[in-house]
Ligand binder design. Sequence first.
Ligand SMILES: NC(=O)c1ccc[n+]([C@@H]2O[C@H](COP(=O)([O-])OP(=O)(O)OC[C@H]3O[C@@H](n4cnc5c(N)ncnc54)[C@H](OP(=O)(O)O)[C@@H]3O)[C@@H](O)[C@H]2O)c1
Length: 289
Amino acid sequence: MNILVTGSRGQLGSELHELRETAASHRFYFTDLPEFDIISAEAVESFCRGHRIGAIVNCAAYTAVDKAETDVKQAFTVNRDGAAVLAGAARACGALLVHISTDYVFDGRNCRPYREDDPASPGGVYGQSKWEGEEAIRRIGPSHLIIRTSWLYSAYGQNFVKTMLRLGRERESIGVVFDQVGSPTRAADLASAIVAILESFDPGKQYAETYHYSNEGVCSWYDFAKAIMAAGGLSCDVKPIETADYPTPALRPHFSVLNKRKIREAWNLEIPHWHDALLKTLDSMMRGT
Ligand SMILES: NC(=O)c1ccc[n+]([C@@H]2O[C@H](COP(=O)([O-])OP(=O)(O)OC[C@H]3O[C@@H](n4cnc5c(N)ncnc54)[C@H](OP(=O)(O)O)[C@@H]3O)[C@@H](O)[C@H]2O)c1
């Protein structure tokens, strides 16, 4: 099958690129800006038709959560309208659309892990634009799997793990919020789950599912930072602070743990614990692989 991956130079797209040879029966087309813009409806549909695309994995997104608060138009253009363009192209070509969304569609007031059918209530522009992207896909109605994830990191791109490693080398101590709790996601693990799904989905079937995927286990950003310093062999002292001590333009959910049962059972996935996943990432970063 021919598979289009959008946003392929981002964190998740790069990890999918790493895995391309493990799914050698498929032919992947890895695309990103500037040559492939998901908001160009005609170009996207013509690419999908011309290359007989059977599945699209949408890793393209506007992910600058704080900047989105003032760059509202661009966030909606990419995250809502771009998702709609891909949904239209997938429907026109009979392709499966695997679309990535976020824990930020929730307001974080739950006290048990979020299930897929819990009501969305985004607290900022980024979360709202991602939610409206999901809704556009459901409305347009291609065969689709929407996978919400949280706290994504990778050796590629910019993320919390790389920021902590840098600060850990530069500073003797840092404050990190302990009152925001969630689950980190190693992008390589999510990419493996997506490849497993691409290997086993039935192209003759119409899918309309939403799933949650992160690594297993729960931590605060403070716990995560402590674990990163320890695994990185850094002596930087991490101190717990409250969200109020670290104001940001966009509100973050205080609790965004995702319940992964549905995706685990539907696709027979084994999901690693976040701490094991972190050690694996740091190990490969340090070995330069
Ligand atoms: N990062 C997280 O913590 C996190 C958490 C939860 C969910 N997610 C979701 O997970 C998915 C993957 O995130 P990620 O961290 O891998 O994102 P990322 O590293 O920011 O990569 C996104 C890629 O999409 C590209 N892009 C932006 N606008 C585009 C357009 N109009 N057409 C084509 N490509 C475009 C970006 O290019 P430029 O760099 O040139 O803009 C970038 O290469 C996204 O859907 C995101 O919303 C991420």
